[in-house]
Design a protein around this ligand. Structure first.
Ligand code: 5AD
Length: 349
C-alpha cells in the first residue's frame, strides 16, 4: 500500500491534499513509517553517498525587531541579553571555521536595524574576497528585493527563510499582526528570482498546527521548489507566550523528513539543532530519515548562550573543533562521514 504512495511521491505528479492526507495517515503505522524512512535513506545514499555536508553557523546578532510568539529572541523578551558581533569577530569565526574545513558560512541573526544593509554588504564582501572558495548563506529575515539584490551582487550564494506555516490563519496565531504570510512568500520568490539557492521550511508541532496545516506546508514547498528545506520540532522557550506548549514530536519530524527526501532527492535537508535538542539521538535519526546537512555552531563561545530561540539548546559550550570531532565519531556509528566540500545544490547529481 505505502509503496504506491512512495511511487507517486517519486513521480512528477502534482500532489493533492487528499493524497497527502492518506499518506500521512498511512505513515502513522509503525511498519509504514520504517518503510518510508528506509526509502528516504536509500534515496539520500544514492544521491549523496554516505556524506553529510557541514555548514558553519555564525549567529551574528540576537537583536530583533520582530515579536514572533515562539521565538526566544523576540523583541518583547526583556530577559534576552542582546549582542551583536562586529565584522572583525565574524571574520575571525570564518577563519576558525575555514581551518576546521568548513566551506560554507551561514550568517544568521534576528532582524536587526543596526546590522543594516550596508554593514551586511561589507561583511559579505570581506568574506567573499578572503574565502573565494566558500559559499555564503544568509539567514537574516525579510528585506526589500533591492537589498537581497545588493547582497547577492556582493557575493552571497544562498538564503534561508522558513515560511514557518503556509496557512494564513495559523501564521497569524504564531506572529503579531505586522507580519504576514504574503510578505514572507514574496521574499522567498524574490530570492529565487535573484538566483539565490533558497531554503524554506517550518516547525513541526508548533502551537495550533493541524495536520491540514502540514499538508499546506508540503504543498507550498512543492510549488516553491526550494533548493534547501529546513524542518525541526517546535521547542518552547520559557520567556515567550508559548512557554507552556508541548514540543513537537520526534516521530512526526522524522516522518516529514523522510517524505521530503523521497519527494526531493537532490534537495539539501539539515538534521537541525532543534531535532538534536529534542532527542539526544535526534541528529543521527534525522540523517537516517534522509537529511544530509548539519550546521555546527561557529559563533564565539561567549555569545552562544544568548542566541536562544528555544530552551536547552545543545552545544552551548562546545568549541567548533570539538564539535567536528564528535560529529565524525557520531556519524561513524551509523556509517556516515562529513563531506568537506561546499555542498551546493546540484540538479545534475
Ligand atoms: N522552536 C523551534 N524552532 C524555532 N525557531 C524559532 N523559534 C523556535 C522554537 N521556539 C526556528 C524558526 C526560525 C528558525 C531560525 O528557527 O523556524 O525560522
Amino acid at each position: 500500500m505505502i509503496t504506491n504512495y512512495i511511487k507517486t511521491l517519486q513521480s512528477n505528479t502534482v500532489l493533492t491534499k487528499t493524497f497527502l492526507e492518506e499518506l500521512l495517515e498511512l505513515a502513522d503505522d509503525a511498519t509504514n513509517f520504517e518503510i518510508l524512512r528506509k526509502t528516504a535513506r536509500e534515496t539520500a545514499l544514492s544521491v549523496f553517498s554516505n556524506k553529510v555536508f557541514i555548514r558553519g553557523l555564525i549567529e551574528i546578532t540576537n537583536y530583533c525587531k520582530n515579536d514572533c510568539y515562539y521565538c526566544g529572541i523576540r523583541k518583547s523578551n526583556l530577559n534576552a541579553e542582546r549582542y551583536r558581533l562586529t565584522p572583525e569577530i565574524i571574520l575571525k569565526c570564518c577563519e576558525e571555521g575555514y581551518g576546521l574545513g568548513f566551506r560554507t558560512f551561514v550568517l544568521q541573526g534576528g532582524e536587526d536595524f543596526v546590522f543594516n544593509d550596508a554593514t551586511v554588504t561589507e561583511v559579505i564582501k570581506a568574506i567573499r574576497s578572503k574565502y573565494p572558495d566558500c559559499a555564503i548563506t544568509l539567514s537574516i529575515g525579510e528585506r526589500p528585493v533591492e537589498v537581497y539584490e545588493t547582497w547577492k551582487t556582493a557575493g552571497a550564494d544562498r538564503y534561508l527563510l522558513r515560511h514557518e506555516t503556509a496557512n494564513t490563519g495559523h501564521y497569524s496565531k504564531l506572529h503579531p499582526e505586522n507580519l504576514n504570510l504574503d510578505t514572507r512568500k514574496e521574499c522567498l520568490y524574490n530570492l529565487k528570482k535573484l538566483g539565490y539557492q533558497v531554503g524554506t521550511g517550518f516547525m513541526v508541532g508548533s502551537p495550533f498546527q493541524t495536520r491540514e496545516n502540514i499538508i499546506e506546508d508540503l504543498l507550498f514547498i512543492d510549488e516553491l521548489k526550494p533548493q534547501m528545506i529546513g524542518i525541526g520540532p517546535f521547542l518552547p522557550h520559557a520567556d515567550t507566550p508559548f512557554k507552556d506548549y508541548s514540543p513537537g514530536s520526534l516521530k512526526e519530524t522524522l516522518k516529514l523528513l523522510a517524505i521530503l527526501r523521497i519527494r526531493y532527492p537532490k534537495v539539501l535537508i539539515p538534521s537541525t539543532t532543534a531535532l538534536s535538542t529534542l532527542d539526544s539521538k535526534g541528529r543521527n535519526e534525522g540523517i537516517l530519515s534522509g537529511a544530509n546537512v548539519v550546521m555546527p555552531n561557529l559563533s564565539p563561545l561567549d555569545v552562544r548562550s544568548k542566541y536562544l530561540l528555544y530552551d536547552n539548546k545543545i552545544a552551548l559550550g562546545t568549541e567548533a573543533a570539538e564539535n567536528i570531532a564528535s560529529l565524525n565519531k557520531n556519524f561513524a556509528e551509523i556509517g556516515y562521514e562529513i563531506s568537506y566540500t561546499r555542498g551546493d545544490y546540484s540538479p545534475n547529481l
